[in-house]
Design a protein around this ligand. Structure first.
Ligand code: SF4
Length: 385
């Protein structure tokens, strides 16, 4: 599930001089805003934009000042950044755009090649949607330039439509990611816990975006909010002394900045179990198979294995699912976390003269080119490849 969402402020009166927050009676607010948290002075966009002009991050997908943003790069980076950090994304992004330098190149590539380039970023449904979206955009001659058209594309939800729309096309929208949630929660001292506070935070972000200076530079304003959250208004130890909004910030004045946003206690994720088999032959090949096209890790490559179920697999039962009879030996347990469950996988390895089993063979030395998801790469490492 994406942590991101979006608000359009086109419907808010453009002349609103201050970022008035919604009324407490607004039924869209799951958590009404306490009156005492209203800022005591104008929260003008200009101080943030001035700070951004001096301190903006230099990111590979970001246009330099005065340059037009490339919608392909903006869109690609936003899909990659969903639930992944900037530092983790940059090498993937660089190699992705080298391999697929344009939306047309991405659209023309086989899905397997896209999945292989994506391998390691997780959330493989995104890679499939990325490919489908590229094909839709290439077929229609370019990205739509309105929020509704963007949202109709595969894999583009309200957040991504707002981010691409604001950053690439200057549309009046505020994309609300985790950074923006944190900044707005602190600026307005909204202390209701997430995720219930999301509507209130979206409303607060929309109020900020209704400032005429923000509306004059929607692309920069969106990116300035991202940068403020990423560099100064960080989850722990926010650097308030350097912040362009230090004076009006309600959480700083109340001394609770580092405590916000609050979060409801996390539910424990259920645990599932499985077993996978590393089978090699005398020619240095390993047996692989492809997962079904739909569902979790759909279309990705994996080591043959059991289903993933709630109960642990006793070794004797697991080995009944081995791809062929062999001298199987246990090599260890792999642990992996998915969004909705934790996984424990027992790994078994064997070497035979010749493999005679369902699946396909690949040289052990060429596995880097395979669309193996992170959990399977862990299995490969555990098997000692
Ligand atoms: S003053 Fe501090 S808490 Fe408030 S927005 Fe700035 S960095 Fe965040």
């Amino acid at each position: 599930m994406s942590l991101r969402c979006a608000v359009s402020f086109a419907a808010i009166a453009p002349a609103a001089p201050l970022p008035a927050l919604p009324r407490e009676s607004d039924p869209s607010l799951a958590h009404p805003l306490p009156v005492q948290t209203l800022p005591s002075q104008p929260l003008l966009a200009q101080p943030l934009l001035t700070w951004y002009d001096r301190h903006r991050r230099d990111l590979p997908w970001r246009a330099r000042p005065g340059e037009a943003a490339d919608p392909y790069r903006v869109w690609l980076s936003e899909i990659m950044l969903q639930q992944t950090t900037v530092a983790a994304v940059i090498p993937y992004y660089e190699s992705f755009v080298t391999r697929f330098p344009s939306i047309a190149a991405l659209a023309a590539a086989p899905l397997d090649a896209v999945l292989a380039a994506w391998a390691g970023l997780g959330y493989y449904a995104r890679a499939r949607n990325l490919h489908a979206c590229a094909q839709a955009v290439a077929a229609s001659g370019g990205f739509p330039r309105d929020l509704e058209g963007l949202r109709a594309l595969p894999g583009i939800g309200p957040y991504t439509a707002a981010a691409v729309g604001a950053i690439a096309f200057g549309l009046l929208a505020v994309p609300v990611d985790g950074n923006v949630e944190r900044v707005t929660a602190r600026l307005f001292a909204i202390d209701a816990p997430l995720p219930g506070a999301k509507p209130a935070l979206r409303a607060a972000a929309a109020a900020l975006g209704a400032d005429p200076d923000a509306m004059a530079r929607p692309s920069d304003f969106a990116q300035a909010l991202f940068d403020l959250g990423a560099t100064l208004c960080t989850p722990t130890n926010p650097a308030c002394a350097l912040c362009p909004w230090r004076d009006p910030c309600a959480a700083r004045r109340a001394g609770i900045a580092a405590d916000l946003p609050r979060r409801a206690p996390k539910k424990l994720r259920p645990l599932r179990h499985g077993a996978h088999f590393w089978l090699t032959d005398a020619t240095g090949h390993v047996l692989l198979r492809q997962r079904p096209p739909h569902g979790l890790l759909g279309g990705m490559t994996e080591l043959p294995g059991t289903a993933w179920r709630d109960a642990p697999w006793p070794a004797e039962e697991a080995l009944r699912h081995a791809p062929m009879p062999a001298d199987w030996r246990p090599t260890g347990e792999v642990r992996h976390g998915f969004t909705h469950f934790e996984l424990r996988l027992d790994i078994f390895a064997a070497r035979v003269e010749r493999i005679d089993a369902d699946g396909f063979l690949r040289p052990v030395t060429a596995l880097a080119n395979e669309a193996l998801p992170s959990v399977m790469r862990k299995c490969v490492r555990m098997a000692g490849a």
